[in-house]
Design a protein around this ligand. Structure first.
Ligand code: 5GP
Length: 180
C-alpha cells in the first residue's frame, strides 16, 4: 500500500476547509450531512474544527456496482432523522468520483426545499465526472484515478481505520483477511 496523503496533510487540509466553512456558515446554523459510511471520520474531524452552532445528520446510501466502481443507481439505506426544509445544508462526502452518487443525493435533498445546499468533499477525482453539473463547493484534494483507502474509505469494509489515505495495490488484494 502506498501513502498518497499523509495524516498530517489531511489534518492541515481539514482545518483549512473548516475555516472556509466557518466564514460561510457561522451565522447560518447549518446542518452537516454525513454520507455513511465513508465520510464518518472526515466529518467528525471537520465538525470538531468548527466552533459555532451546527447540527449533524447522517444518510447511508448504497451504490450498486462492483467493489471499486459505482454504477450510479443509488439506494437509500438510512434517511436523515430530521427535516432539512429551510435549513442551510452541507453534504459531507469522502470522495467525489463520477458524481453519480452526489448528483442523485443533491436532487433528492433539493426536493425537500432546503434554504441552500452545498457539497464538501475531502477527495475529488475530476476526470471521471459523468454528471457534469455536479461539482463540489469545498474540495480537500484532487486526486488521480486510483482506488484509495483509509481515513474512512474502505475496500470490502476494511482499511477505514488507516489514519492516512493510501493507494490500494495489486499485492494488497492477496491479504488473507480479504479472502472470500
Ligand atoms: P461516485 O458516485 O461519485 O462515482 O462515487 C462515490 C462513491 O464511490 C464514494 O462515496 C465511495 O463510496 C466510492 N468510491 C469512489 N472512488 C473510490 C475510491 O477510490 N476508494 C474508495 N474506497 N471508494 C471510492
Amino acid at each position: 500500500m502506498k501513502t498518497l496523503i499523509s495524516e498530517f496533510a489531511i489534518k492541515e487540509k481539514v482545518e483549512e476547509l473548516a475555516q472556509q466553512l466557518s466564514i460561510d456558515y457561522k451565522q447560518k446554523n447549518p446542518v452537516l450531512i454525513g454520507v455513511l459510511k465513508g465520510s464518518f471520520i472526515f466529518l467528525s474531524d471537520l465538525a470538531r474544527a468548527m466552533d459555532f452552532p451546527l447540527q449533524l445528520d447522517f444518510m447511508s446510501v448504497s451504490s450498486y456496482g462492483d467493489d471499486t466502481k459505482s454504477s450510479g443507481i443509488v439506494r437509500i439505506i438510512k434517511d436523515l432523522d430530521d427535516t432539512i426544509t429551510d435549513r442551510h445544508v452541507v453534504i459531507v462526502e469522502d470522495i467525489l468520483d463520477t458524481g453519480l452518487t452526489l448528483g442523485y443525493l443533491v436532487e433528492m435533498l433539493g426536493a425537500r426545499k432546503p434554504a441552500s445546499i452545498r457539497i464538501c468533499t475531502l477527495l475529488s477525482k475530476n476526470h471521471n465526472r459523468k454528471t457534469v453539473h455536479i461539482s463540489a463547493d469545498y474540495v480537500g484534494f484532487e486526486i488521480e484515478d486510483k482506488f484509495v483507502v483509509g481515513y474512512g474509505l474502505d475496500y470490502r469494509g476494511y482499511f477505514r481505520n488507516l489514519p492516512n489515505i493510501a493507494e490500494l495495490e495489486e499485492e494488497d488484494l492477496a491479504l488473507g483477511f480479504l479472502a472470500d
